[in-house]
Design a protein around this ligand. Structure first.
Ligand code: M6R
Length: 610
């Protein structure tokens, strides 16, 4: 949510900052801006909408410097217009700030600052930062001390970068609750919300922790805590390259990421099977294995697509490992004083590892003494670092705002964890072996599903302008139905709802008529016949049925209007396959409607505000 990037070094920074912004655009895209120190002044340029608008504005401007900050915004306080776009400056244009997060006590601070004569230009919470820092500088503080004192005054979350005309060779950046990294180059530093803005220039990065600030000049840096204590940090290495964050010939990141799934699922499993013991070996969980063995209950907490994975995780852990499991929306869990025991395990699922609500749920669980585990994609993210142990997805960067490959990788890792826990308890080696074989087969089976592209496109053409969609499934296929509906609504803006198929008759059935497309995930499992009855109920009311069915199922083609076949697998692995056509259906409909699939309206990739 909002992306920030800052540069200090020997180069002219305009191009580098603009490139960085483009890589961060998926974090927010309602406006953007850039500020630089130039000849004793702050020069600033802002634009509403996409970063390309800012780029056009800058094209002929005499605008460059070797120190600058930039921002791409996802509005929280104040509508997306030029005045509210970052960077923000103080009344005298001495200090410029970019900020990601929310300053919760900004209203009180603003009132005080106004009484002291500060003139505010924007409706944002962030502008108070510029005025506060300028005020401390006027009182005689250096830039670093002014930022530190500001950190003491503010409540809420922030990742920020600050420049000041009085300190032309200095930049200060600070974090609390919103991610911030620093890339270390040769006589240059890049501050950014995530590594995608940095990887083109250096692979050496430092992760800032909450309540830390870093002061940079082009040669050196110093990190301190808000209490003014020096911190020594290790330098981490990014292990992926630029190719991973480019489209590689695909028209959109989302499509690229859908088609990457055979590989990303393979990567989620790689080196994680123990064929001798017929189990999974998850290196990241080794150090907590004994505690995990004794766990009495698992609570899984997540948001959005990751919450759908959590629902499947619940079924998996109860089914394969017989461990009672509950699922909680992180946004609810964090505020409802949940009962958590010390022998509970709280598992957080998150692609980004930065989702504010999931992070708060993790901290609450830790505070109450539970074992905390994370299933996470972004290496070095806050949730990955703060949990007791965890498992990475190794899916590579996911740039499309609609999550696709992260979802199937999460399900793969959850299946591995359930296999491992099951084998720790009472799962037989034969069953373990069967699961391993089925998991290994998944990448090939997904390749087969891609061949059904034509029929999915036909369905997309027929329903491009549908007003509503229903997605129904039972058992493991119910969360997959929820995920299918979420994909459609977030990128095509068509209203879609997911339901357990049998719940339909308790209300949603009233919506069914000849113009209502109903997607059934109706694969051959123990409750297949029940789902067929639900299809009959829809057909009796003239609904249009699109079925995702098991290859070789002849019966269903007589019931449904369109059938998309997927290969057979174990019931709990079906969602990994059934979601693929649903992702493609959403993608093709959105494209036909002319929607921006990679950057849907109002959304951002990492939701780092609550
Ligand atoms: O990074 P996370 O997995 O924690 O993100 C959670 C949700 O914000 C995310 O899944 C969101 O729902 C996606 N837009 C879904 O496609």
């Amino acid at each position: 949510m909002c992306g920030i990037v800052g540069y200090i070094g020997k180069k002219n920074s305009k191009c580098l900052l603009m490139e960085g912004l483009k890589r961060l655009e998926y974090r927010g895209y309602d406006s953007s801006g850039i500020a630089m120190l130039n000849d004793g002044h702050i020069i600033c340029c802002k634009a509403v909408g996409k970063i390309s608008n800012l780029e056009s504005k800058l094209q002929n401007a005499d605008f460059d410097s070797n120190i600058g900050i930039a921002h791409t915004r996802w509005a929280t306080h104040g509508e997306p217009n030029e005045v509210n776009a970052h960077p923000h400056t103080d009344s005298k244009n001495q200090v410029a700030v970019v900020h990601n997060g929310i300053i919760e006590n900004y209203a009180e601070l603003k009132k005080d600052l106004q009484k002291k004569g500060c003139v505010f230009k924007s409706a944002t919470d962030s502008e108070v930062l510029a005025h506060l820092i300028a005020m401390f500088i006027d009182e005689g503080c250096g830039l670093e001390e002014a930022v530190r004192r500001t950190m003491e005054q503010i409540e809420g979350t922030y990742g920020m970068a600050v420049i000041c005309v009085k300190y032309p060779n200095k930049m200060v950046a600070a974090r609390n609750g919103s991610p911030l990294i620093v890339g270390l180059g040769d006589d240059e530093f890049i501050v950014a919300s995530d590594a995608s803005a940095v990887v083109e220039h250096t692979r050496q990065i430092i992760y800032l922790n909450d309540h830390e600030l870093i002061t940079l000049n082009s040669q050196d840096y110093i990190i301190k805590t808000i209490q003014d204590i020096h911190v020594h940090k290790s330098v981490d290495n990014i292990d992926w390259d630029l190719g991973k964050i480019e489209k590689a010939g695909y028209p959109h990141f989302m499509l690229k990421e859908i088609f990457e799934q055979p590989e990303s699922i393979h990567n989620a499993m790689r080196g994680r099977f123990d064929d001798e013991e017929c189990t999974a070996h998850l290196g990241g969980l080794q150090k907590v294995k004994d505690r995990l063995r004794k766990t009495k209950r698992i609570i899984i907490s997540a948001c959005g697509t990751s919450w759908h994975s959590a629902l499947i995780g619940e079924y998996l852990f109860e089914d394969l490992a017989q461990i009672p499991t509950e699922v909680e929306y992180a946004s609810e869990f964090r505020y409802r004083n949940p009962i958590i025991y010390e022998d509970d395990t709280v598992l957080l699922i998150t692609q980004s590892g930065e989702t504010a609500d999931t992070l708060a749920a993790l901290r609450e669980a830790k505070r109450k003494g539970a074992l905390t585990l994370a299933i996470c994609n972004v290496v070095g993210s806050t949730i990955a670092r703060e949990s007791d142990a965890g498992v990475y997805l190794h899916a590579g960067p996911e740039i499309g705002v609609a999550s696709t490959k992260a979802f199937t990788s999460q399900l793969t890792v959850l299946s591995l964890a359930a296999l491992m826990l099951g084998r720790m308890h009472n799962m037989s080696p034969v069953q373990g072996e069967r699961i391993i074989t089925a998991l290994r087969n998944l990448p090939f089976q997904i390749e087969q599903i891609f061949k059904a592209d034509k029929i999915i496109k036909e369905i997309a053409e027929r329903f491009t302008y549908a007003q509503n969609f229903l997605y129904l499934g039972r058992g493991y296929n119910f969360p997959a139905a929820l995920e299918g509906a979420l994909k459609l609504k977030e990128i095509s803006y068509i209203h879609a709802e997911g339901y357990p198929a049998a719940e339909m008759k308790h209300g949603p059935i009233a919506l069914i008529n000849e113009s209502m497309p109903v997607v059934f995930i109706a694969t051959q499992d123990a409750i297949y016949d029940k789902v067929i009855s639900n299809i009959e109920e829809v057909k009796a009311r003239k609904g249009y049925v699109i079925a995702i069915a098991t290859e070789g199922d002849e019966k269903i083609s007589q019931k449904a209007d369109k059938v998309i076949y997927i290969p057979d697998t174990l019931p709990f692995l079906v969602p990994i396959l059934s979601v693929i056509p649903l992702q493609l259906l959403a993608y093709y409909i959105a494209i036909l409607k002319g929607c921006n699939v990679d950057q849907p309206r109002n959304l951002a990739k990492s939701v780092t505000v609550e």
